[in-house]
Design a protein around this ligand. Structure first.
Ligand code: ADP
Length: 396
């Protein structure tokens, strides 16, 4: 039976899509519409035979791009659409069936994610217009972390800022941390293991998961907190903003821009935000590349050590995301910086674990896993679960 879910991840000028079948061995149709709103808008993807295609969409907006995506589904009709929504605030602790009330609640949360939620909503509105008869489900990046206890989610700021303005830590990358920790539970046959997960892509975050629940994570109110990322600074002294404003006369917009777009691996190396290029440059003796990789790995290890305080015990570490899945060097350095954790790396297996391979890389002791993340698959799973739940609610 065809029970595919169309997963949509809508950015301000892009739409990522994947048609995820119910059987994991069936092929996925997937692609990316990018540069929307510009003359070189285009759609790139793979068809059901795995053949890549590129289609010019000249000046297309989100609605036109979604129409083009529909034509690429090769006549397959999804049973539902699952939307990645970045910020669900405190209201959404799990996926939600979309109706006007849910849309309004997402709109109200936009102040907390001004770069992401409005774009997500645009995709949602266009998809509802194009598929009025299909159920649509919102899957939130923040929902998995709603299990954080107050000691982990509260900032030490006046209570009114939390009470009246919802200022607290939320965490992101929830679908990825949920997917890899559940996968590690299944693969290791541990019921509800105690894991530290490191999602290392362009955005990076760590998470402490116990019994399938997130207990702490490195990102906060926004995805800027925590680790060093491709172009984001991660943690800095909170006094730095006032210092830059007073001493250099920087505006808030400029500070935001520099911390989000010109910092991280790119800022430290003065070269690139791409780990592959940094590793190549380091091997050629580029000092900025060496420094960027050292700071990156040290901050990951420091964050994992800090998050271990959230767990009652530690069963193992999981690496995922483009860097976590592919860079044997980053994994080795991070593990080397945690000597008191009792980790033993199998260097040979570690060096072979690249390009989507899944497996254990330890040589005994606590478990070390590389698990390719599957955010689309997780969004499709949560969409199906939400639909089944709403059918049960209707039946009772
Ligand atoms: P996003 O967060 O945008 O989804 P990805 O998860 O794809 O990004 O991660 C992108 C990062 O993964 C880049 O820094 C890229 O250099 C890095 N990466 C991809 N392949 C490799 C590799 N073979 N070795 C080292 N880093 C890699």
């Amino acid at each position: 039976m065809n029970a595919s879910v169309l997963v949509i991840n809508c950015g301000s000028s892009s739409i990522k899509y994947a048609l995820v079948p119910s059987e994991p061995d069936q092929p996925r149709l997937a692609g990316l519409a990018e540069r929307l709103g510009s003359a070189d808008a285009r759609l790139k993807g793979v068809d059901s035979l795995g053949k890549p295609f590129t289609q010019a969409l000249g000046g297309a907006d989100h609605t036109r791009a979604l129409e083009a995506i529909l034509h690429r589904l090769e006549g397959r009709r999804p049973i539902a659409v699952g939307h990645r929504i970045v910020h669900g605030g405190e209201r959404f602790t799990q996926a939600a069936l979309i109706d006007d009330d849910v849309v309004e609640a997402i709109e109200r949360t936009s102040a907390l994610a001004p770069l992401h939620n409005p774009a997500n909503l645009e995709g949602l509105a266009a998809t509802r217009r194009l598929f009025p008869e299909l159920p649509q489900v919102a899957v939130f990046d923040t929902a998995f972390h709603q299990s954080l206890p107050p000691r982990a989610y509260r900032y030490a700021l006046p209570e009114a800022l939390y009470r009246d303005h919802a200022i607290r830590r939320y965490g992101f990358h929830g679908t990825s941390h949920a997917y890899v920790s559940r996968r590690a539970d299944a693969l290791s046959e541990l019921e509800g293991g105690a894991w530290l997960t490191a999602h290392l892509g362009n955005g990076c975050s760590t998470c402490a998961v116990w019994q399938g629940r997130s207990l702490d994570t490195s990102m906060g109110l926004t995805p800027l907190e925590g680790l060093v990322m491709g172009t984001r600074s991660g943690d800095v002294d909170p006094g730095l903003h006032a210092h830059l404003s007073r001493q250099l006369g920087w505006s808030l917009d400029r500070i935001d821009e520099v911390f989000n777009r010109n910092s991280g691996l790119l800022g430290l190396s003065g070269l690139t935000n791409d780990m592959r290029e940094l590793e190549a440059a380091e091997s050629q003796g580029h000092p900025g590349a060496t420094l960027a990789i050292e700071v990156f790995c040290y901050r990951i290890a420091k964050s994992l050590a800090a998050l271990s305080c959230a767990l009652p015990r530690l069963d193992g570490l999981i690496f995922t995301g483009g860097i976590g899945e592919n860079s044997a060097q980053v994994r080795e350095r991070v593990i080397g910086l945690l000597p008191h954790f009792g980790l033993q790396l199998n260097r040979t297996v570690n060096s072979e674990m690249i390009r989507g391979r899944e497996g254990r890389i330890d040589a005994g002791g606590r478990q070390l896993w590389v698990i390719p993340t599957d955010e689309e698959g997780q969004i499709a799973t949560e969409t199906r679960q939400r639909l089944a739940q709403s059918r049960e609610e209707t039946d009772t």
